[in-house]
Design a binder for this molecule. Structure first.
Ligand code: GLC
Length: 647
């Protein structure tokens, strides 16, 4: 049982009470239950001999933070404790969006909630809406204030009104906590630039290049094209400062416990805006150590758990999402290990699955996906994935090299093939992606592009090629159907539900044109969309309605909730990806997807053995049709997705 489970157990007698004193008692219970872990984590990062007093400060801070949590959220926290692992439910279906690209601002978004309900979305990840520098700002990931709303999106009141409405309508909200860095305009950074020694210690600042040069020997570059190196010279301060991402994003120095204390406060204030899931941005980078790549370090994990254990005491209804786009074995560690298993982040991006979907589209082979996904099955019961086709960022090719070798391929040329396939370097590829952060030194690069453009729709429309359009649409549906059926929370990127193409308007915008990730952050142009959706047989309607149908189907089947109930099925056909979502009492679902452009066949015996075939008939859920097995073979059409229901 993880700590959340323990809290549920401890508070069962009090949980239905609305009495203030009972709420305080439950807070005390959680505090007591987590205290030893908090202490252990804190002193493992900040030695007791030096930081006893800082620890006392933390102890004093937690009750104050709890007292300041709005009552309506305290009540909601208790509801969530009662519900248990609410985020594992098959009812969860998410969408990620930029508020301004979706419908102008927070009020505009509130007006569009009916659209999201119609589609079946009940969970929103809003990209940063907080204040940021007017110049470049990495889409708001350069933070000027953790809870101040940038006027272009509206006001704090607008956000409160939106989150209230979402709560009333049973929707969940996710916002980012940019925990690794602030902008160079954040008050601490400004004070540091003005010479404050105290605030210079909130960041990694150095008088000369001696230590930065040593760090550089082992640090990789995140944005080698636009922000090479990991340090920036600040003239005003007369010092070098660590900037792992862009040169205007200053890395916070968590070896200083005061930074942890201040950021914990920022985190709690953020959750008080009505956030259900906090996306811990770039959390793999939280701890830096000379001679290492300074990613995924054990200290970073302890620090995240420390945030987790403290926040759980104050706001137990809020859970954490790990934004760790790192190799598969490393991702799993963000669920917590050993005594911290289930006590780090409840949710993590399934970046491996995402990258493998694209690998399978380009290679038409699913064996590597099958083998790699096996390694991700053993996660803690109370933890889950965000499954996504793509997000606002680039697509990195972070699979485990071992599996590339097992396929008989070699990692470097294989990755180059994928870049070529998606980034318009192969005549025969239908894809219209762009290369992102190409590093000529290593040949590495990542891919940008909207799902539809990467899957061939843009090119097919340009060529007016009816057959190619059909194939692209099938691919869009197939990939979304897979994330909707796999274990975890599906997260659709806003616009992909309409087959949105690449948006090249960013090329005309200062502050954006140097970052090709903006090509895959299309704007919802409602007049056009409304017209397209009213044309019932049109392309956009077809995609929208099919996804809407799949979402509704997902919600009908409790076996699609995540109870670690996935069996990957090896069917002997390298082009077919298949898995079963085991159900209780014969309500399982078998999912099959054909990644090849030709018809494929599989031996259907497994369906009989698993109880999916009665009198030679299979029940297919998406079409609602019964399929007769004429021979022992089941045929799967090009890019077809099948969901079979158990009898
Ligand atoms: C995360 C965000 C990305 C941003 C980076 C730096 O990876 O997803 O968009 O550039 O963090 O904050």
């Amino acid at each position: 049982m993880n700590q959340a489970g323990l809290h549920r157990y401890l508070s069962q007698d009090l949980i239905s009470s609305t009495d203030k004193a009972d709420k305080k008692n439950m807070f005390q219970q959680r505090f007591t239950a987590n205290l030893t872990l908090i202490q252990d984590l804190f002193f493992s990062l900040y030695p007791e001999s030096e930081y006893k007093k800082t620890f006392a400060k933390l102890m004093a801070k937690l009750p104050l933070l709890f007292d300041k949590r709005p009552e309506v959220l305290q009540n909601q926290d208790l509801e969530k404790i009662k519900d248990g692992n609410w985020y594992l439910s098959e009812q969860m279906v998410g969408m990620q969006l930029y508020v301004d690209h979706f419908n102008k601002d927070l009020k505009g978004l509130k007006d569009k909630l009916p659209y999201l309900h119609d589609l079946g979305i009940n969970f929103l990840h809003l990209m940063p809406v907080t204040t940021r520098p007017a110049k470049e700002n990495d889409g708001g990931y350069a933070v000027n204030g953790y809870t101040d709303i940038d006027p272009k999106f509206g006001t704090k009141k607008d956000l409160a009104a939106l989150s209230k409405k979402m709560r009333e309508e049973g929707m969940y909200l996710m916002l980012d906590f940019v925990v690794n860095h602030t902008s160079d305009e954040y008050p601490w950074a400004v004070k540091a630039q003005k010479g404050s020694k105290k605030y210079q210690q909130y960041y990694y600042t150095y008088p000369d290049r001696t230590l930065p040069d040593k760090f550089e020997l082992s640090l990789p570059e995140v944005f080698p094209e636009t922000s090479p190196g990991n340090f920036t010279y600040n003239k005003e301060m007369g010092k070098w400062v660590m900037t792992v991402f862009n040169n205007y994003q200053w890395d916070l120095n968590y070896t200083n416990p005061e930074v942890f204390l201040a950021m914990l406060e920022n985190l709690v204030h953020l959750t008080n805006l009505g956030v259900d899931i906090v996306r811990f941005d770039a959390l793999a980078f939280l701890w830096k150590k000379m001679g290492t790549i300074s990613q995924n370090l054990p200290e970073a994990h302890r620090l995240i758990s420390l945030f987790r254990m403290c926040l759980q005491v104050v706001a137990p209804g809020v859970i954490l999402l790990a934004e760790a786009i790192v190799p598969p074995v490393e991702i799993m560690k963000y669920f917590g290990k050993g005594m911290y298993r289930g006590n780090e982040c409840e949710v993590a991006y399934n970046a491996t699955f995402m990258a493998l979907l694209w690998n399978s589209i380009a290679t038409r082979e699913t064996v590597m996906m099958q083998k790699s996904m096996e390694a991700l099955l053993d996660k803690p019961q109370a933890c889950t994935w965000i499954n996504y086709v793509r997000c606002h960022d680039d697509i990195g090719l972070g699979f485990d090299d071992r599996f590339i070798y097992e396929m008989g391929w070699t990692p470097q040329p294989h990755r180059r093939f994928l870049l070529d396939y998606y980034c318009q370097r192969l005549d025969w590829s239908p894809s219209k992606g762009q290369i992102f952060m190409h590093n000529p030194k290593t040949g590495d690069g990542r891919i940008t592009g909207s799902a539809a453009s990467l899957l061939g729709l843009e090119k097919a429309l340009e060529d007016n090629d009816v057959e190619a359009i059909k194939i692209a649409v099938s691919k869009i549906i197939m990939l979304h159907g897979l994330i909707l059926a796999y274990g975890g929370i599906p997260m659709i990127y806003g616009g992909d539900e309409l087959g949105a193409l690449n948006d090249y308007s960013y090329l005309k915008e200062a502050g954006k044109k140097q970052d090709s990730r903006w090509v895959n952050r299309p704007k919802h142009r409602w007049t056009k969309i409304n017209k397209e959706l009213s044309a019932k047989d049109g392309l956009v309607s077809r995609i929208y309605n099919q996804l809407r149908h799949l979402i509704a189907l997902r919600k009908e089947f409790p076996c699609l909730a995540d109870h670690n109930n996935i069996d990957l099925l090896e069917l002997g056909n390298p082009h077919i990806f298949a898995f079963e979502r085991r159900g209780i009492d014969s309500c399982g679902i078998v999912v099959l997807a054909n990644f090849h452009e030709t018809k494929q066949a599989v031996d259907s015996t497994f369906l009989k053995n698993l109880g999916y075939c009665k009198k030679g008939l299979l029940q297919e859920l998406i079409t609602g049709k019964k399929i007769k097995l004429k021979s022992g073979l089941l045929e799967v059409q090009p890019y077809e997705l099948l969901w079979f229901k158990q009898f």
